[in-house]
Design a protein around this ligand. Sequence first.
Ligand SMILES: [Zn+2]
Length: 108
Amino acid sequence: LILVFIMKDNGIELEVDGCVHCGHTSVTSFSLVDGGFVCHKHQTPQDVQMSIEALKAIRHIYKTPMAHIDTLSIDESVLKEILFIFEYYIDEYCGIYLNALRFVKEWI
Ligand SMILES: [Zn+2]
């Protein structure tokens, strides 16, 4: 959630309501290039195929306001599956190195 907050603060928005191309809500993977969910029809080999739990968790984390951080409950294995997505955007677009990131990784 901290990473998502930093992303939004830096103007990085993700499409987590449906397919980034057609808006279809039945999604199967995540496109780092296009910044959001992708449906079966628009999926390319570059997209990251994920479990439905992981996709739901991404949306959940993304939509939860910072003030409701205590309401977040995500399985540890799912968190490990999705953390790299937020790391990717922080690394690629925010241009900041986070000491906190190391802490977050050690914590999960
Ligand atoms: Zn689509």
